[in-house]
Design a protein around this ligand. Sequence first.
Ligand code: MLC
Ligand code: AMP
Length: 507
Amino acid sequence: MTNPLYDALFAPHEGKSTPFLHLADGSTLSHGAFLDLVDQTAHALVSLGLVAGDRVAVHIEKSPQALALYAACIKAGVVFLPLNTAYTAKELEYFVGDSEAALFVCDPAEADAMGPIAAAADARLHTLGGDGGGSLSDLVASQPTGFHAVPRNADDLAALLYTSGTTGRSKGAMLTQANLLSNARALVDCWRFSADDVLLHALPIFHSHGLFVATNVMLLAGGAIIFLPKFDLETVLARLPQATTMMGVPTFYTRLLDDARFDRDLVGHMRLFISGSAPLLAETHRSFFDRTGHRILERYGMTETSMNTSNPYDGERRAGTVGFALPGVAVRVCHAETHEELPQGEIGVLHVRGPNVFKGYWRMPEKTREELLPDGWFITGDLALIDADGYVTIVGRGKDLIISGGYNIYPKEIEIFLDAQPGVKESAVVGAPHPDFGETVVAILVPQSKGAIDLDAIEAAARAELAGFKRPRKIEILDALPRNTMGKVQKNELRTRFAAAFQPKAS
Ligand code: MLC
Ligand code: AMP
């Protein structure tokens, strides 16, 4: 038995002096040196008593050591569970407990706050900082290199990624070795990645985009990564001349376009720009082409499925569309209730099937049954149409979801929080267009009685309990929520009402 993901992504680079990570401080880590660190980290995991199938929850900054921890989990057969660095203690408690993590790795600065969370879940606690320091690193440093990959089946879990849901309760998407490997193979092929590529990587590594799409693709192709801690405009502008490709959420591209230094001369040498995780406005696509001569390649994916569709490398990259199904992946547009396929050209719910589709939600068999049909089709909840040429367009969402700067926010979760605040009778949360984040959160509150709501107190509570990207950027108090005759809150009316809330004022 082998370990298919390790064997394909990592093993071919063992002992090689080729560059893997170009770091922000100007230094470079070779493939071989990275893999030695992976071996030491895998030994550290085993020394802590972890065995194949155990979960390692991580709430740490992006660093080469954090990436090595991901690789070490693959090599040791342990399930990697990355968590958004913006999550608060209150949010983390659920993930560590629900996953029954055996080990929780957090930032050294939050060790005190995380102690009770780890203890309540019966998980061991270790620390790893953005600078590579921490108790886990101390343990890693004392370990030998040379670690035999723990055998795994293609169907064994490689990662557990939590994704929030319409009910407000997050679900752990179980991704297998085969899910991740099949997707990396399809993307390397479609996007023509090779060992000559240098990818500018400014995405976080706790989501599918930065971790699997960007990292796995580069590992499989054998190229190098300019591995930046986050998207910082100055650093990205400075490092683009050394890159051949870049992946980003639409906010990356609008921020670049807002800077006059971002021009044809700066990126004329680049091979490819890829966008995803949120809709790229057709207008951004066109402005980007006008400024740089590059047509951004837009693709579409989800945590549960990794990537599903992509515009073509050769051929027309059509603005406003997400292209065609990837090789091995099938898509269809279906009726929301009957799940029957609709005639070509009609709008319906997009279903996806293929080796990329996850195994189900962690310990939620009913949720899994609701979204994953017995014949393997996954109901994405996105509304789409497929045109006569086969291009898929995501026209909206059947699910009540806001995507802000590439992060998903389910209104229900924020409404549950707001409804629990003193003086609030009820609340509604909707998305409003935002020039930087694409969309952002607007909350509408109804007071229990006139003057009962203390907005400062609610904002302070939101800061303490909700990740920053989920906090409402605007809170409005209304006497009542608009409702239809059935008593259902009319969110469309609220969306229309706040549609221009963040648009620049016409002068
Ligand atoms: C940060 N902030 C956000 C935000 N990110 N607010 C709304 N939406 C966001 N996305 C807030 C912080 O809370 C803080 O608020 C302030 O902005 C500054 O924080 P920052 O960390 O300095 O922000 P910045 O670096 O500007 O981050 C913006 C960003 C980042 C767009 C660069 O969010 C980002 O890297 N997004 C990528 C998301 C991603 O990788 N998604 C992939 C999901 S996988 P305050 O109030 O404290 O000042 C997926 C599948 C697929 O969807 O298809 O790929
Ligand atoms: P996540 O749960 O974070 O994986 O987010 C997945 C969701 O992001 C999808 O269901 C879509 O709604 C959205 N998404 C991802 N890529 C695109 C895209 N290119 N265009 C429109 N929506 C997208």
